[in-house]
Design a protein around this ligand. Structure first.
Ligand SMILES: Cc1ncc(COP(=O)(O)O)c(C=O)c1O
Length: 316
């Protein structure tokens, strides 16, 4: 076949290398520059494309995943969707254990990519999905569970790709802010940046206990993911549901960025950190786009009404 110039061989090959944009209107004062890494620009719309690809490739390389073997994973959305896309391209059936109270868009996308969904009780949150997936995997040795919470390929792909991209795009970075879910992003990017640019601060955006912003977790609720290296965290800032929705709305209104709910939480923390600095450069990672949250109408509804209606829902 003749060589093509500038075309990727496959969708999986264009994962990563996401854009970095300056948030000039959200920066709280002139001394500080604020930048956002747009992970929603990945093929299935989230940072988890990097992780899903890395976990599958490393499992195929070390033989723990055999050709055609079924992949099972607990996920409240993004990782499951990424695994479903990549798994279907490589001929692996994908089964996702997902709480039954997430947005319908997640279920629609998983089904479009051909995944099977096993619902876990919504009231038990993502920890309930993890428990159910573990017992399914224990009962059937033919299933392969990548388990992003404990898989070293998760932080490693951020060390190898996300971190270097950030440093190349914003070499003067002083502070990195991201939401904490599995801790893979903060651990991998944090390890890379601390080695490459000593003095850089790594800050986690964490929901208050009981306020589960989709994709994020509070370490105070008892489960500390094995991949999280807490020694790279310089600080963690707590965010309320309200902060997350306000952050999400300001991203759209002030910067034109249509992002997911955890991005609202992360940007709320980034602005808070920037406000406390006299000078410097802050980079915030925005984990996904807003598409999977459209049905919840987070952008236009009355805030108090939203808070009441979504209380207890996994979206929060
Ligand atoms: C929407 C969203 N934001 C943030 C995160 C947190 O990323 P990490 O798992 O790398 O901590 C996740 C995943 O867990 C997520 O799905």
């Amino acid at each position: 076949m003749p060589a093509t110039v500038g075309a990727a061989p496959d969708l999986v090959a264009v994962i990563g290398n996401t854009p970095m944009v300056e948030l000039r209107r959200l920066a709280p004062h002139d001394g500080v520059r604020l930048f956002a890494k747009l992970e929603g620009n990945n093929p299935t719309g989230s940072v988890k494309d990097r992780v899903a690809r890395a976990m599958i490739e490393s499992a195929l390389a070390d033989g723990s995943l055999q050709p055609g073997q079924t992949i099972l994973e607990p996920s409240s959305g993004n990782t499951g969707i990424s695994l479903a896309m990549i798994g279907s391209r490589l001929g692996h059936p994908v089964r996702i254990v997902m709480p039954d109270n997430t947005t319908p868009e997640r279920e629609q996308l998983l089904r479009l990519y051909g995944a099977e969904i096993v619902f876990s009780p919504g009231a038990e949150g993502s920890n309930g999905a993890i428990r159910m997936a573990q017992s399914l995997a224990d009962a059937d040795s033919r299933l392969f569970m990548p388990y992003q919470y404990g898989n070293e390929a998760n932080p490693r792909v951020h060390f190898d790709t996300t971190g270097p991209e950030i440093l190349e795009q914003v070499p003067e970075i002083d502070v990195f802010v991201a939401g904490l879910g599995t801790g893979g992003t903060l651990t991998g990017v944090g390890r890379f940046l601390k080695r490459a640019r000593p003095g850089v601060r790594i800050i986690a955006a964490e929901p208050l206990p009981g306020e589960g912003v989709q994709g994020l977790r509070s370490l105070d609720e008892g489960f500390v993911p094995p991949v999280l290296d807490e020694s790279v965290l310089d600080d963690k800032y707590l965010v309320t549901n309200r902060d997350a929705v306000i952050g999400l709305r300001r991203l759209l209104r002030d910067e034109g960025i249509f992002a997911g709910l955890s991005c609202g939480a992360a940007v709320a923390v980034a602005v808070r950190v920037a406000r406390e600095m006299e000078t410097g450069t802050v980079v915030v990672l925005l984990a996904d786009g807003g598409w999977k949250y459209l049905s919840a109408d987070l952008w236009t509804r009355d805030l108090d009404e939203l808070e009441v209606e979504l209380e207890g829902s996994l979206l929060w």
